[in-house]
Design a protein. Structure first.
Length: 246
């Protein structure tokens, strides 16, 4: 596989819906072939693949749980062996299990940390050295949250995981900078996804300085920029996409 072909592949986790789906479509529109991971939403993942292919790009579907280290390694390594190293990776998959801290179960703590924070290692560890070996540079984008920056009531587990991602991102950015691989973090605010199910959207929008909730496309646009040539001098940064909340 040529360097040019290798440079057009991006892995996106949690891509069957919401922010991940918007990122996959935006990057396909930017000219990337995408490998998209999903856990349970097979029909939605297949629909996404069809849409990506209608844009003229190739979509590869990978089914694995980002909390499962062995499954991540096997799926990602297999994809790399089959089609070559990625130019980019977007570590997007995440979950919530909200509760006031005194009532938060150990399982709720563990599930969120294993998916959101351990997922950073599980997804990125198998792909970093193949990316380095291409000697073509690369882009890694991780997904934090406004909760990881300022905290949020009822989200001690989620905020801890997202704050940890910021520290891990900054550290990895320093390690990979000399390889021309940038590592940055996007921290969305309140975005119109299933994670806001049951929330008073109108009340939340009034709290945002721009007076609206964000869209998955707002986040995807930022990720698109970070994967572009124009972002080659940006690394180790946290970019908030939150309408001015902080």
């Amino acid at each position: 596989m040529s360097d040019e072909e290798t440079s057009r592949r991006v892995l996106i986790t949690g891509a069957s819906r919401g922010i991940g789906r918007a990122i996959a479509l935006r990057l396909a529109g930017d000219g990337f072939d995408v490998s998209v991971s999903y856990l349970r939403s097979k029909a939605e993942a297949e629909a996404l693949a069809t849409e990506v292919e209608s844009i003229g790009r190739r979509a590869t579907l990978l089914q694995f749980d980002v909390a499962d280290r062995d499954a991540c390694r096997d799926a990602i390594t297999g994809d790399i062996e089959s089609s070559g190293a990625y130019f980019g990776a977007v570590s997007n998959a995440g979950i919530t299990a909200d509760a006031a801290f005194p009532g938060m179960s150990g399982d709720a703590w563990d599930r969120v940390l294993r998916t959101n924070l351990d997922g950073f290692y599980n997804v990125l560890h198998p792909l970093v050295m193949p990316m380095v070996r291409t000697r073509s540079g690369g882009r890694i984008v991780t997904m934090s949250s406004v909760s990881g920056i300022i905290g949020n009531r009822g989200q001690a587990n989620y905020a801890a995981s997202k704050a940890g991602i910021i520290g891990a991102t900054k550290s990895l950015a320093q390690e990979l900078a000399k390889r021309r691989i940038t590592v940055n973090c996007v921290a969305p605010g309140w975005i119109e996804t299933e994670m806001l199910e049951g929330a008073d959207r109108e009340a939340l929008a009034k709290m945002v300085p721009v007076r609206r909730l964000g869209t998955p496309e707002d986040v995807a646009a930022t990720v698109s920029f970070l994967l572009s040539e124009g972002a080659s001098y940006i690394t180790g940064q946290v970019i908030s996409v939150n309408g001015g909340l902080i």
